[in-house]
Design a protein around this ligand. Structure first.
Ligand SMILES: Cc1ncc(COP(=O)(O)O)c(C=O)c1O
Length: 461
């Protein structure tokens, strides 16, 4: 370990800013810009004080502040280090890439803490298992006529996965292999919607669902949610399709209780609507028993959409659509008309991950890691946190007036945040931060939460 005593630190005794704040600020900047890297050792407080010509208390106060913010780690009797990432895999510096239009989310610049929701940890998979999966994909002969339903063996494996992981009583005949939730939702929309139809989306809710429905010509109807999920009494009777996230409402985080699930299905039976259940992050659940998927409660009225985007990563491009057989046939027919398909080699690679238990092992490891990150958020921001029983994000409730200033000031300190506001179609009705902990290391989560905690005005604390 290199002892980093050659940093260009300096204090200004004339400045109004206390010396410890100056020192902490310069160290923070050095860590943020990558001049000081994870795992590097810092000088002892005595050495730092001597180097800067300040008292040891100044050095101790500066380190304590940075500990509290999560920038530093102490190791038993062996000094002070720049906090490490928590998984044994190096997190590569995020590449800054060109923005491809406003919908493309740019990665955070290197050294920033990115607490925006939507991205999983894509560095934590077992690279040997991944290579093995692709070797087996490479052995597969290319298929001149891809099956619109997907590879039969993968459909079996996914049905088995759903029975085990989600207790969904499903056979391979009800499963179609898609490229992810977005693809599955678009296929449903292309099959069931069009001009003159109305499609409900939770409000606030997943923006992509609104865009997909609108792009297929449907009128999008915002359907309000509360802390538990979609409010059934507020649903209109003329929806052809309702998109909902009962396992972990996006973005508020509610888990739809069983009586409400039953009410929702009774509504669907009465009105003839199809309920599209987006099960996007249901593999991750903390301290609570699983609730049955809507699909399992009424396989005749529900389409279940799943994805590997949260467990493995969106780059894989694989998901599943589970539907009643006649609807699945209609979707397959439409899919062929649209020349839409899932890559055969990707399906083979994923089948290998499932066959060998690699995906289950990965999920177990990530569950543990995400649970720790989520615990770090609850520890730092407990009273404000909602929707933390599942998934990769929580909501932090704060008054609307506080949010813009807090987000701006956090940005000035290198912490990227998102709020509930842009997830509404109409005027915002739910206010708070949507904190994602998928793509930030545990150290970054702690660091970001310490900044948020400091920026919450005393009146709200
Ligand atoms: C609510 C919700 N559903 C699903 C997904 C994943 O979509 P896909 O499988 O198309 O990557 C996301 C990703 O951000 C999401 O936020």
């Amino acid at each position: 370990m290199r002892v980093t005593i050659d940093l260009p630190l300096a204090v200004d005794r004339e400045a109004a800013v206390p010396l410890a704040v100056q020192v902490a600020g310069q160290l923070r900047e050095a860590m943020r810009t990558g001049r000081l890297r994870a795992g590097e050792r810092l000088p002892s407080t005595r050495a730092l004080a001597a180097l800067l010509g300040v008292s040891r208390t100044v050095a101790t106060d500066a380190y304590q502040q940075l500990y509290a913010e999560g920038w530093l780690d102490g190791r038993h009797g062996s000094g002070t280090y720049v906090a490490d990432d928590t998984l044994p895999y190096e997190k590569p510096g995020a590449q800054v890439i060109e923005t491809r239009g406003s919908v493309h989310r740019e990665p955070a610049p290197p050294g920033w803490v990115d607490l925006r929701p939507g991205r999983p940890w894509v560095f934590g998979y077992d690279t040997a298992a991944w290579r093995r999966a692709w070797r087996s994909a490479g052995e597969l002969a290319l298929n001149a006529f891809p099956d619109p339903y997907g590879h039969p063996e993968l459909r079996e494996l996914l049905a088995d996965h759903l029975r085990r992981a989600r207790a969904v009583p499903v056979g391979a005949g009800n499963v179609m292999v898609t490229r992810g939730t977005g693809n599955g939702l678009d296929l449903i929309a292309a099959t069931l919607l069009g001009p003159g139809t109305r499609a409900g989306v939770e409000e606030p809710g997943w923006r992509a669902a609104r865009r997909i429905f609108a792009s297929r010509g449907a009128e999008v109807v915002p359907c309000p949610v509360d802390e538990q999920g979609v409010i059934v009494e507020a649903l209109p009777d003329d929806l052809r399709v309702l998109y909902t996230t009962p396992a972990h409402q996006f973005p508020v985080g509610g888990r739809l209780p069983i009586p409400r699930r039953e009410k929702l299905l009774a509504w669907a039976r009465r009105t003839g609507a199809i309920v599209v259940e987006d099960d996007y992050d249901a593999e991750f659940r903390y301290d609570v028993a699983p609730l049955p998927a809507l699909y399992g409660l009424d396989p005749g009225r529900v389409v279940l959409l799943g994805t590997l985007s949260k467990s493995l990563g969106p780059d894989v491009g694989l998901g599943w659509l589970v539907a009643p057989a006649d609807l699945l046939d209609a979707v397959a027919e439409r899919r062929m008309q649209l020349a839409d398909r899932t890559s055969g080699p990707v399906q083979r690679a994923v089948a290998t991950l499932l066959e060998r238990g690699d995906l289950d092992r990965h999920l177990r490891r990530m569950r543990l890691e995400y649970a720790r990150r989520r615990a770090a958020i609850v520890e730092a921001l407990g009273p404000y946190v909602r929707g933390d029983t599942a998934g990769l994000h929580v909501m932090v409730t704060l008054p609307a007036g506080v949010l813009p200033g807090l987000v701006r000031r956090a940005g000035e300190r290198g912490v990227l945040l998102d709020t509930t506001e842009p997830h509404h179609l109409g005027p915002p009705r739910v206010h708070g931060l949507v904190l994602g902990y998928g793509s930030a290391s545990r150290a970054d989560v702690r660091r970001g939460c310490a900044v948020i905690r400091e920026l919450i005005p005393p009146a709200e604390a």
